[in-house]
Design a protein. Structure first.
Length: 117
């Protein structure tokens, strides 16, 4: 029974740590195409681990809520890592973030004197 508990602990730890490690790797800037391939290969391993284990924790029917929450966290962290690496300009809720409560823009959106240049 101890070995089963150790296995579950390793799986939980891997699913929790895979996303932040992938995000950390995505934040490393490299200029060499060879290093970029190595970086993306290492990141792909961590993202695949995080997605596989996170999906497992979400989809197994008899798991408690805590395990499902860990699965959701793991999947969301892996999504963030992939978005940082491959789609840095993509913003899912960009329209909501540029909205200002007082009706004024920040001047960087093309409206106003700063946006006319």
């Amino acid at each position: 029974m101890e070995s089963l508990a150790v296995l579950v602990a390793v799986l939980f730890t891997t699913s929790i740590i895979a996303g932040p490690i992938a995000i950390g790797i995505a934040r490393i800037k490299v200029r060499s195409p060879y290093l970029r391939i190595v970086k993306r290969s290492i990141q792909a391993v961590f993202v695949l681990l995080g997605v596989a284990l996170g999906g497992q924790w979400i989809l197994l029917p008899s798991l408690p809520l805590f395990a499902r929450i860990l699965g959701i966290i793991s999947l969301s962290m892996c999504y963030i890592a992939l978005r940082i690496e491959y789609f840095p300009q993509f913003r899912l809720i960009a329209g909501l973030t540029s909205w200002r409560p007082n009706g004024r823009s920040n001047g960087k959106d093309g409206h106003g004197p700063q946006g006319q240049h």
